[in-house]
Design a protein around this ligand. Structure first.
Ligand code: CP
Ligand code: NVA
Length: 303
């Protein structure tokens, strides 16, 4: 594996399978009270420029379960908030910590941090992507479906960080991927270029029923992501109809599973009925953040 996990495209199919296998093993051990202090004495710095429930708590608990500790680093408290250059902060933190998880806006900030740090950097969400989430999603799909071969994944909604990472992750492990999004809200051009390596496996449409037809897994995400609060009213209009509801379930495979990275807005991107009918799958997905990220930390940080 590379030094860092900055985006899904950093991982080959084999590396994803290795991470999922390790995550499954760590999940089993965690649930059976088997200790695994693989990162004993190590420290993970966690930099958050945006809110978080799952990412913060699962990384903090995860490193603790691995025998290490987490430091929550608020940019408001770090000198970086007062203008200390990223390249200096990176070189200093590399001398104290064993790894850094960062959640921020620009992907470039994460890439720059990785460039100047000698320790592993883990992307905990940027405007561009959300690789840790997709590893948890793939783990959940594999648990419920037994594998990826021949499966069709469908994502309905904004061509955002989740869409970008799901497309790359889904195609890499061999699924067919269909995206329904408004034309003006398509995934990143770099991700669309990536799909060209998978002819016949990728579909993008404005028609949610076309995308969902026969799907084995349905994904959606919020209409307005963190940092887009001012666009929320406009997005309510544009995305009306980009919703996982009973009509979508009706055209999907009869055993379709539903995934949502959370937080969810019932009545917007998903109906309350569909959400509750698939709550077991969605909360397993949330739990799997813990196990997938522990696997990432072990692979990147174990000495
Ligand atoms: N899905 C996810 O990343 O959740 P948080 O924003 O709560 O971390
Ligand atoms: N697209 C959402 C995902 C949150 C986990 C956001 O960026 O806010």
């Amino acid at each position: 594996m590379k030094k860092d996990l900055l985006k899904m495209a950093d991982l080959s199919a084999e590396e994803i399978y290795e991470l999922l296998d390790l995550a499954a093993k760590l999940k089993y051990e965690t649930r059976h009270g088997i200790e695994h202090h693989i990162l004993k004495g190590q420290s993970l710095g966690m930099i958050f420029q945006k809110s978080s429930t799952r990412t913060r708590v699962s990384f903090e608990t995860g490193i603790y379960q691995l025998g290490g500790q987490a430091l929550f680093l608020s940019p408001r408290d770090l000198q970086i908030g007062r203008g200390e250059p990223l390249e200096d902060t990176a070189r200093v933190l590399s001398r104290y910590l064993d790894g850094i998880m960062i959640r921020t806006f620009a992907q470039k900030e994460v890439e720059d941090l990785a460039k100047y740090c000698s320790i592993p950097i883990i992307n905990g969400l940027t405007d561009y992507c959300h690789p840790c989430q997709i590893l948890a999603d793939l783990l959940t799909v594999r648990e419920f479906k037994g594998g990826f071969d021949g499966l069709k994944m469908c994502y309905i909604g904004d061509g955002n960080n989740m869409a970008n990472s799901l497309i790359v992750g889904g195609l890499t492990v061999g699924m067919r991927v269909a995206i329904a999004c408004p034309n003006a809200y398509q995934p990143d051009p770099e991700v669309l270029a990536f799909t060209e390596k998978y002819p016949g496996k990728f579909l993008m449409t404005e028609d949610i029923l076309e995308a969902a037809a026969g799907a084995d897994v349905l994904f959606t995400d919020v209409w307005a992501s963190m940092g887009q609060e001012e666009e929320a009213a406009e997005r309510q209009k544009v995305f009306a109809g980009y919703q996982i509801n009973q009509s979508v379930i009706d055209v999907a495979h009869k055993d379709v599973m539903v995934q949502h990275c959370l937080p969810a807005h019932r009545g917007e991107e998903i109906t309350a009925e569909v959400f509750e009918a698939h709550a077991d799958e969605i909360f397993e997905e949330a739990e799997n953040r813990l196990h997938a990220q522990k696997a990432v930390m072990v692979k990147l940080m174990a000495k």
